[in-house]
Design a protein around this ligand. Structure first.
Ligand SMILES: Cc1cc2nc3c(=O)[nH]c(=O)nc-3n(C[C@H](O)[C@H](O)[C@H](O)COP(=O)(O)OP(=O)(O)OC[C@H]3O[C@@H](n4cnc5c(N)ncnc54)[C@H](O)[C@@H]3O)c2cc1C
Length: 393
């Protein structure tokens, strides 16, 4: 990949930069992670609506499905410009996960029915993968679907857990067991279920901060039209894995690391400490500089991976490297922010904190979740050892 802009790319970069400058809602100028789902965060929702109005929300999608049809190089510049200005890069269960799966494996009806509403930010999705007894060992899932006598419906029974944003979603993509006799990975199917279906209920899981970002989802004889089965019956595992790779690539993207590092620097300048500014402490500066260098290395490694993807290669198991490295780097950066804030780091949404410091304790907590979701970091290490490095068991 040539990292120098051509004249066309430079002009495209200017366009994106100007648009972001004019349209990024004020509340996101000191960027925030959508805490309880994008839909629950008013500023993020407004941001997504503005992007959708420009056909930029599903920025990797082709024009006929509601995306902008950017070239490969434009996609990279687009993300780069967002990252430079600290604007949240769009992502979500619809645009980054189920949408690409439907483009690759979905029927014509499914593409027509589901893709445009995702790109226009009109319909929201959630993910029904994990179960109380199937997390890391996802293939042991037990939610069952059987073909009804009418042969036109699947009847789903079982339970999912940790369903993020289930309260806002209109649809859920679910992994179900459709053959209990087959080997674990071979009897799984991928289905799309409307959240308002009869027999589908959700129950909030109360978090330590009193909020509920995720839910238990119960299926009690939920009838799902057979046209909502993606691909062939019992062939859902391949799609499940493809979606996980895409999810890990997203979790492993370096999009707002730069903005987070800048925020930690601001906070470090604001907190003078007992005797002198913490930024004057060589140990602190050293660790911050290391994070900054690591973030740049990650960015360039990502460019390399993106180039391979644009050339038609799959990121495959190497996506685990991004997920692992980025989540731990986020943790290191946030830990430095906590160190700079000292005792204030235990404050939780306290109005006395500066705009830069305000959300940092919450961000630090979210970085802990980053090493669990999209497959825990222990599992990513196993994948890298076995599938990337071919190490023995
Ligand atoms: C914030 C957040 C949002 C989430 N949102 C969703 C969602 O929307 N939809 C959804 O389906 N799921 C979601 N999840 C669930 C997530 O995918 C699971 O938590 C994750 O896959 C781990 O599964 P588990 O919690 O069952 O832990 P377990 O699989 O029970 O693992 C427990 C511990 O054992 C370790 N472990 C397990 N197996 C091995 C092994 N073979 N080798 C080494 N260590 C091992 C794990 O690393 C972990 O530390 C979310 C999780 C979080 C934290």
């Amino acid at each position: 990949m040539d990292l120098k802009d051509t004249a066309e790319l430079a002009s495209f970069r200017e366009t994106v930069r100007a648009w972001v400058g004019a349209n990024l809602p004020d509340a996101l100028r000191c960027p925030s992670q959508a805490y309880n789902g994008i839909e629950a965060n008013e500023a993020m929702s407004e941001w997504y609506r503005r992007l959708a109005g420009q056909s930029w929300l599903a920025y990797r999608w082709p024009k006929d499905h509601g995306g902008p049809g950017f070239t490969d190089a434009e996609q990279i510049v687009f993300v780069d410009e967002f990252s430079r200005s600290g604007a949240p890069v769009p992502h979500g269960f619809g645009i980054s996960m189920v949408g690409p799966i439907l483009m690759r494996y979905g029927s014509d009806w499914q593409k027509e029915r589901f893709l445009l509403p995702i790109a226009r930010h009109e319909e929201f999705w959630c993910q029904g993968y994990s179960e109380p007894n199937a997390g890391s060992d996802l293939a042991s899932l037990q939610t069952r679907a059987v073909l009804d006598q009418d042969k036109e419906h699947l009847v789903v029974n079982g339970q999912k857990i940790w369903t993020s944003g289930a309260n806002h979603a209109g649809w859920i993509f679910v992994l179900v067991r459709t053959d209990s006799e087959a080997a674990q990975h071979k009897g799984i199917s991928f289905v799309l279920i409307e959240m308002k279906s009869q027999g589908l209920t959700i129950k909030p899981i109360r978090q330590v901060d009193g909020q509920s970002g995720f839910y238990e989802t119960f299926f009690d004889n939920v009838r799902v039209p057979i046209q909502n089965l993606v691909g062939k019956i019992n062939e859902g595992w391949g799609m499940a894995k493809a979606l996980l790779i895409s999810e890990r690539m997203h979790t492993g993207s370096n999009q707002d690391l730069r903005a987070l590092i800048d925020r930690v620097k601001t906070v470090a300048r604001e907190y003078p400490g007992e005797s002198s500014a913490i930024l004057a402490d060589p140990g602190f500066r050293d660790r911050l500089a290391q994070c900054e260098m690591d973030a740049e290395c990650l960015r360039y490694t990502r460019y390399r991976m993106e180039t391979a993807v644009f050339q038609g290669k799959s990121p495959g198991h190497e996506s685990a490297i991004f997920k692992l490295y980025q989540s731990e780097l986020f943790q290191r950066v946030c830990d430095l922010g906590m160190e700079a804030m000292g005792p204030d780091s235990i404050a939780w949404y306290d109005d006395r904190l500066s705009p830069a410091a305000y959300e940092l304790p919450m961000r630090m907590m979210i970085t802990r979740a980053m090493s669990i979701y999209s497959g825990s970091n222990e599992i990513q290490r196993n994948i890298i050892a076995k599938r990337v490095l071919n190490l023995p068991d």
